[in-house]
Each structure stands twice: as C-alpha cells, then as structure tokens.
Write a protein that binds this ligand. Structure first.
Ligand code: YRO
Length: 315
C-alpha cells in the first residue's frame, strides 16, 4: 500500500463561521485603510479584521506612537480609524475576497457601542468583535476592567445585532477577575472571545537616549509581542477552563512562529490573530506561519486545528 501524505488541515470554525486558515491579523495591525484591508484580502490571512471603528473618523495620537524592540512592541495609537460609516460601506467589497470579515468596534462612551454595532451589523460582516479595552467615564478603569459596564455593553450590543459577536478582552492577572468576567459572560453570553488585547500602561525606556520611545501619554502604552505570550496563554486557558471549551476563543498575543500558534491552540484557542509580528514582518508572515504550523502538525501527528484545541496536558 502506498504511503499516504498527510496534509494537515489549517482551517477552523468560530461561531459557525468557517475560516480557510486559522490565523489572521489582530485588530490594529495593518488594517486601518481600504488599501490595507484589501491587501489582507489578497494575502493568506485567514480573515480580514478591521481596526476598531469609532463613531467619528480619528487621526489618532501624535507619532511616534508604535515602537518595536527585541522582545515585543509598545503602542499608544489612540484609535486612528476611518469611522464606522466608511467601514460599513467597505465591508461588502471586502467579503468578495472569499474569507471572513471581522468588524472590530470601539466606543468612546457606552452608548456608542449599540449605535455602531447596529449599523455595522446591517453591512453583514461575518463576525463582530467588540473591543472592551475602551475608556469609560474618566476616573474609572477601561470597560473590560469594569465588570458592570462590560455586562451593560454586551447586553446593549446583543439587542441590536443579528450577526455573531464576541468581545476582545484585556488581560486579567487575578483568578478573581477571570471569575468575575466569566460571571458576566454567563449572564450576558457572547459568541466568541478574543484574548488578549495589549498589556496596558507599560513603559519602555531607551537607556541610550535616556528617553521614552513613544510620544503619547509620557511614553506609556500597550505591550504586545513575544514578551506577552505567557499572559495570553494564561487568559486563554482560564476562560477555556471556566467554560469547558463551550465559548470559542481567538488567541492573540506573542505569536511569531508555528510553534507559538500550536501553544495557543493547546491552551484553548480555535484561531489566532497576529499583531506585532505582522507589523514587523508584513503580510508574508501568514505564509511562514502556515508552513510552520503544518510542519508542527505533521511532526506531531495532528491532522488539523480541531484535534489540538484545548489539549494541553497538566502535570
Ligand atoms: O491605541 C490604540 O488604538 C489601541 N492599541 C491597542 O493596543 N489596543 C487597543 O485596543 C487600542 C484601541 C483602544 C484604546 C487603547 C485607544 C482605548
């Protein structure tokens, strides 16, 4: 009998939506303009994820506002985006690339979320990703760290959308916070989770210049890249455990190789998003990750994504 070449299946399904490949851009990375979104469409990204859209167009913060270093990146972009009306008009042509389109939405106050979500839902993106790392009332933490506000926003969005939607959460660092957010999601369910947003309010210093490396907010910004992978994996695992795998998870944080993707899958992710590595390497990162993940699967005898999801061993 001829030996059979096993070609691993890199496709996946999230909330009933099939993705031809399990990796895609993270919101924010090369996905603001029409040209960037169309380039993602032509690339081997498994989906097109938009920059988080606000009610009005925004130019964002002064530059430099993104800085990459050996182990990661820091950013304080300040939500540069075209405004939700522009993305609503773009979505139909983006869907013609034949892969899922994920609309990321962001409010500057709680009532922005249902307004944006209701309109964008009518443009029929495959999924809506609600960015809960958004400022709330000054003096209060971001919405994702305010569990009552998170529950209100999820309920308001659910009432106006007829597409599957999920929430992009900030990292949590205490099991009590994982439990509190799991409680929110029990009472106000979502169709998927994107874990995690950047590790907020970090400070990177260039000792040579004796200076911060980004201009906004005195140099404070969200950390991404290799150094946050263990934080991402912990959050993926915590929510996988809390829901026994019943809420699909998109893993985000520190993926730079096929092995990193594999670790996210083992922790409980069914798909992954690429931020810093996409910023640094450009669109060819998707070809490389696809080849590397296929190699990992072949070596380990996995036939596809589904067979790896959540299969992390404990000691
Ligand atoms: O600065 C950004 O636009 C940004 N950067 C991130 O790493 N994550 C985000 O969710 C956002 C948008 C939201 C906010 C940080 C500006 C409130």
């Amino acid at each position: 009998m001829a030996s059979q070449t096993l070609v691993p299946d890199l496709s996946t399904t999230i909330a009933g939506v099939r993705f031809p490949l399990c990796f895609m851009n993270a919101s924010g990375a090369r996905c603001v303009t029409r040209a960037e979104l169309e380039a993602l469409g032509r690339s081997t990204s498994g989906a097109i994820v938009t920059k988080s859209m606000t009610r009005e167009p925004r130019v964002g913060n002064p530059e430099p506002r993104y800085f990459a270093f050996a182990d990661g990146s820091i950013n304080s972009m300040g939500l540069p985006n075209l405004g939700y009306h522009a993305y609503a008009e773009l979505i139909p042509s983006l869907k013609a690339f034949g892969k899922p389109v994920i609309a990321s939405i962001a409010g500057l106050c709680e009532d922005d979320f249902p307004d944006i979500a209701g309109t964008i839902s009518k443009a029929a993106p495959d999924l809506i990703e609600v960015n809960l790392s958004c400022p709330n009332i000054p003096g209060k933490p971001q919405i994702g760290y305010d569990f009552d506000a998170s529950e209100r926003v999820i309920r308001k969005v659910r009432a106006v959308v007829d597409r599957p939607f999920g929430v992009k959460l900030p990292p949590y660092f205490d099991p009590a916070h994982h439990a509190a957010m799991a409680g929110v999601l029990q009472r106000a369910p979502v169709d998927f989770l994107s874990l995690i947003n950047s590790v907020g309010n970090a400070l990177v210093i260039d000792p040579e210049r004796e200076s911060v490396v980004i201009k906004p907010k005195g140099g404070f910004g969200g950390l991404g890249g290799a150094m946050i992978k263990p934080v991402a994996l912990a959050n993926i695992r915590a929510f996988w455990n809390a829901f026994q795998g019943r809420i699909p998870i998109i893993g985000v944080g520190g993926i730079g190789s096929g092995t990193d993707v594999f670790e996210h899958l083992l922790a409980g992710a069914s798909a992954v998003q690429i931020g810093t590595a996409l910023m640094e390497e450009g669109l060819p990162v998707f070809d490389r990750l696809g080849q590397e993940l296929a190699t990992v699967f072949a070596k380990k005898g996995y036939h596809g994504v589904e067979s790896a999801v959540g299969r992390l061993k404990e000691l």
